[in-house]
Design a binder for this molecule. Structure first.
Ligand SMILES: *[C@@H]1O[C@H](CO)[C@@H](O)[C@H](O)[C@H]1NC(C)=O
Ligand SMILES: *[C@@H]1O[C@H](CO)[C@@H](O)[C@H](O)[C@H]1NC(C)=O
Ligand SMILES: *[C@@H]1O[C@H](CO)[C@@H](O)[C@H](O)[C@H]1NC(C)=O
Length: 674
């Protein structure tokens, strides 16, 4: 082939196939390799959802998509129904799989379904969850002994199982379950109202090597047994409550393996946390204490002192915590990778410089920490550049003190390592921040700017507002404001910036200088998969039609943008064909015309929100029924001109439709779950 005469100019990644598949690395793909293997190879470049789509192309592609190399982490999620029996039987051919079965009840269909799971996939099941179910003890006991290689069991909210207190009360049942589950690693017992010491001990005696345990939302008696009127510690084993004493006993017994614990939404008190942190031999790597409102700074100090190996810590919604807790975390947890301080509204700048200096930190959630303005983070990140954190996820939602200076400095310091940035409701952030993001954060996959209401088209286009600064090329240009000049701006060329060498907190002077330079447009963020610009009121077609062009974009939110019209919808559909979710609610100027132009390009669309788009009529529904066959969610509530018959037509045409919001001609809004 012309242009690639050098043999190694085509980099062929390792074939994802195990022997005995024929692949000769020096000669490339052997011609004798059946076409199937080549298809398998091609499919290996796709994401799971795309592979699923590709498997529908033809029979050989379907067979290729079933190759073992794709099956490692396949999770099947379905409600209990007659047709799911068939599905479960077909799963028997797989080497490994995970199941999430919802809506199981005590009736015979559910019983036979669980029986079938045991028979067909029992020894191959990796993980099992039964959300929103009310299974009986008998049907679960018929299943568990067959799950001989189960790693994860999720019994969240299954009150039906624990209400009587008799679960696993018979020794022979425990022996059967134990011999199957002895290598279970993860047990989720969250939101169980009736869990007691007795049932907890029976169950965990069958799972002696847990790595992860969740008791979030359980009623744990940390200090005082209200039934007996005495401190919990003095009662041996309670049949009515799960006690701290008993939990500590489990931690001691399984300390060799246990590394992750979730006690979110419990009433854990500082003293109880201290006693858990001090259990001998326990060395936790992950601890989740979300919304444990009793916790104090002191308890966090004690925690990190005794558990210095913590890597992931979630203390979001612990509203008593202040900067003192942040300082303690930063100083003691030298291998911290993820921290959530979300909704800890008393947290201020204090300690954040130390925190972002923890070199291992990858994810930081400061959403709704209303007093955080970013200055300390900038300080921390600019000191000792080599050893600072390589943050990948940063959530600053509703940090209303965030301003351009801080965003600007942060983008420079974080650079291409950052994958996710949430600046939702950072209301004082302006175009300058958007340009800085486009300039420095080229690795972004998720960008959320909802409610950044100062952001305008100029920011997205990476342009200097012509009224404040006239560019030479533009002087004689009397054409349309954006489209004519768009080509001249060198969109992918990062501008030379005044403070490239030594990042620091930018001064108003620096910003003034940046303001006068043309920059990079949002187009530079070529890896974006999720973009949220909802309620950035000032945006219009001028930018949306030009810069929302991302081949990998899956989710786009443009709700509440009164300035955008059908032109935006049409352009977005043409340039972002991978979209699976599109939010356009309360965009009053979107009409059937836009839907007509967009729908033929949006084959993959699964979730569409058009609430309050009053110019949308039955016509749009017919177009959607014709083109968007994968639609699962449709919101056309507050669209007055939609008729019941068009809605029925849509529902009859779309096989995957699950959820519809619309308004009957009579008046009331309806949500239909099909
Ligand atoms: C930040 O935004 C709020 C709300 O838009 C505004 O009232 C306030 O003046 C802004 N603060 C600064 C310093 O610009
Ligand atoms: C986009 O942002 C808006 C406003 O913050 C929010 O309501 C909406 O849920 C977001 N959409 C997605 C897909 O996250
Ligand atoms: C909606 O229907 C009403 C009455 O049927 C009509 O007056 C109105 O023009 C319609 N609106 C649109 C956008 O078609």
């Amino acid at each position: 082939m012309e242009g690639c005469d050098e043999e190694d100019s085509l980099e062929v990644p390792e074939l994802p196939l195990e022997s005995p598949h024929v692949y000769n690395k020096n000669k490339g793909i052997d011609l004798a390799v059946p076409i199937l293997l080549i298809v398998v190879y091609i499919l290996s470049f796709l994401q799971t959802s795309d592979r699923k789509e590709a498997s529908l192309v033809c029979r050989s592609w379907y067979i290729a998509s079933q190759d073992l190399c794709f099956q490692k982490n396949a999770i099947f999620c379905f409600p209990a129904s007659a047709s799911s029996l068939e599905l479960v039987r077909s799963l028997g051919r797989r080497s490994r799989c995970s199941l999430i079965i919802s809506q199981l009840d005590g009736f015979s269909l559910s019983r036979s379904l669980l029986l079938e799971v045991g028979l067909c996939v029992g020894s191959k099941l990796d993980s099992l969850a039964l959300p929103g179910s009310s299974v009986t003890e008998a049907s679960l006991l018929a299943l568990l002994p067959r799950l001989t290689s189960l790693r994860r069991l999720d019994l969240r909210g299954l009150d039906s199982l624990f209400m009587s207190g008799a679960f696993l009360s018979r020794k022979e049942h425990r022996q059967q379950v134990k011999s199957a589950l002895s290598s279970l690693e993860e047990l989720d017992l969250s939101d169980l109202r009736y869990l007691s010491d007795l049932t907890f001990n029976r169950l965990t005696s069958c799972t002696p090597r847990l790595r992860r345990l969740s008791l979030a939302g359980c009623h744990i008696a940390f200090e005082f047994d209200p039934y007996r009127g005495c401190p919990v510690g003095t009662v041996e084993v309670s049949s009515a409550l799960l006690s701290l004493r008993n939990l500590r006993k489990l931690l001691t017994e399984q300390s060799a393996t246990l590394v992750a614990l979730d006690l979110s939404r419990t009433a854990i008190a500082p003293e109880s946390l201290r006693r858990i942190a001090q259990v001998e031999g326990v060395s936790l790597e992950e601890l989740c204490l979300q919304s444990c409102k009793e916790l104090t700074d002191y308890s966090v100090e004690v925690l990190v002192k005794h558990q210095p190996g913590l890597r992931k810590l979630d203390i979001g919604g612990c509203t008593e915590l202040t900067g003192r807790a942040v300082v303690a975390v930063a100083r003691s947890l030298s291998s911290l990778t993820h921290l959530s301080l979300s909704r800890d509204w008393r947290v201020t700048e204090t300690g954040l410089a130390d925190l972002v200096s923890v070199a291992s930190l990858r994810g930081l959630d400061l959403s709704e920490c209303l007093h955080v303005g970013g200055a300390e983070m900038v300080k921390g990140l600019s000191q000792c550049l080599a050893e600072r954190a390589q943050l990948e996820k940063l959530n600053l939602r509703s940090c209303t003190y965030m301003r351009d200076e801080a965003v600007f400095s942060l983008t420079q310091l974080l650079g291409t390592a950052l994958r996710e940035l949430d600046l939702t409701s950072c209301v004082n952030v302006t175009d300058l921040s958007v340009r800085a993001i486009a300039t420095y954060l080229r690795g972004l996959v998720v960008l959320r700017l909802g409610w950044c209401k100062e952001v305008t088209d100029w920011g997205l286009l990476g342009m200097v507002e012509t009224s404040t600064c006239e560019l030479d090329e533009e002087k004689e240009d009397k054409g349309p404001r954006f489209t004519r000049t768009f080509g001249n701006m060198g969109f992918f060329k990062p501008p030379r910036l005044p403070f490239e060498e030594r990042p620091k907190l930018v001064t108003p002077d620096d910003l003034e200088q940046f303001k006068r330079q043309a920059g990079v447009s949002l187009l530079a963020l070529v890896r974006l998969r999720e973009l949220n610009l909802s309620s950035c009121y000032k945006l219009t077609d001028g930018s949306i039609t030009q810069v929302v062009r991302f081949t990998d974009l899956r989710h786009l939110s443009l709700s509440s943008l009164p300035g955008i019209t059908d032109a935006s919808l049409s352009a977005v559909a043409r340039h972002c064909r991978a979209l699976t979710g599109l939010e356009l609610s309360h965009c009053a100027r979107i009409s059937d015309r836009g839907v007509a132009q967009a729908a033929p390009h949006l084959h993959r669309l699964q979730h569409l929100y058009l609430s309050g788009c009053n110019s949308i009529t039955d016509k749009s529904l017919f177009l959607l029924a014709q083109h968007c066959k994968r639609l699962k969610t449709l919101d056309v509530s507050k669209c007055d001109n939609i008729s019941g018959s068009a809605m029925e037509h849509l529902q009859s045409q779309l096989p995957f439709l699950e959820k519809v919001h619309y308004k009957l001609p009579g008046g009331t809004d309806f949500t239909t779950l099909i």
